[in-house]
Design a protein around this ligand. Structure first.
Ligand code: ARG
Length: 260
């Protein structure tokens, strides 16, 4: 009688431990996400081929990478499309788990958010009209230069142009909500050039006649996922998933799918 009781007790203990272990190892469970079982991604779908709208849905490189990370973690991906300027505050303010938006790692942003391992390289380039007197990036910084530079608000193109050109008295920066709006302003003669990342630049130039990208590069940068600084455990899980996806070639395959 006593023996069977002990056996039953031991069995129950084993069962309990087993259930706990199963719960613990179940991906997605126990991850401190904004919404239970969901990975909320903040982005600005005005940035082809990283993120753009197709059939009312946000698609592109970042959407696919985030989906692959969510899957690895047993989470459902939810994408929130917003102004680029709002992504960092949304992550910092605990409204989104990740900001995935072809976002460049900068010292200023590192004060607000944590960044994952970098997953792609971006290059700031200059778009001009085919007949533009601007023929090299250095023309923008030349003594006596006085150009109007179009950028997407709060992007690194905005930051660099502001520091290098506007603050130096070498021209004016016109900030647009969307990169495509800055490109429209260039077509309409309202700005002299647009400083923007190379991949969207290629997409915009392909869509609009009479524009070209200068051969010289303005700046080379790293893209990474922005995360909330207070969520070390979740961030580690996201970063490990991303590193695995880089290692096994998934990220490269996604990049190749969109970038020839
Ligand atoms: N790489 C640039 C930056 O981090 C531009 C990113 C713009 N991304 C977007 N989804 N609109 O500032």
């Amino acid at each position: 009688m006593k023996k069977t009781r002990i056996v039953a007790l031991v069995l129950m203990l084993v069962l309990c431990v087993g259930i706990f272990a199963a719960c613990g190892s179940k991906p997605g469970k126990g991850l401190d996400t904004v919404e239970d079982g969901v990975l909320v991604m903040a982005t600005n779908a005005e940035f082809p081929p990283y993120e753009f709208i197709e059939n009312n849905e946000v698609v592109g490189i970042d959407a696919e990478i985030a989906a692959a990370i969510a899957e690895k973690l047993g989470l459902t991906l939810k994408i929130e499309n917003m102004e680029f300027d709002s992504i960092i505050s949304s992550v910092k303010g605990g409204k989104a788990d990740v900001g995935v938006a072809g976002m460049t790692v900068t010292d200023e942003r590192l004060e607000e958010v944590a960044f994952s391992t970098t997953y792609a390289t971006g290059v700031q380039v200059v778009i001009v009209t085919e007949d533009s007197p601007i023929t090299a990036v250095d023309d923008l910084f030349a003594e006596g230069a006085n150009h109007t530079i179009g950028v997407q608000l709060a992007t690194t193109g905005d930051l660099y142009s502001t520091w290098d050109i506007e603050d130096e008295g070498l021209g004016t920066v016109d900030r647009y909500a969307k990169g495509a709006d800055a490109v429209m302003a260039l077509k309409n003669g309202k700005v002299d050039c647009v400083v923007i990342d190379n991949e969207p630049a290629k997409a915009f130039v392909a869509e609009n006649e009479g524009l070209k990208i200068l051969d010289t590069e303005y700046a080379v940068e790293d893209y990474a996922i922005a995360m909330n600084k207070d969520k070390a455990e979740l961030n580690a899980a996201i970063d490990t998933a991303l590193q695995e996806l880089i290692k096994d070639g998934t990220v490269q395959a996604i990049l190749d799918k969109y970038i020839g």
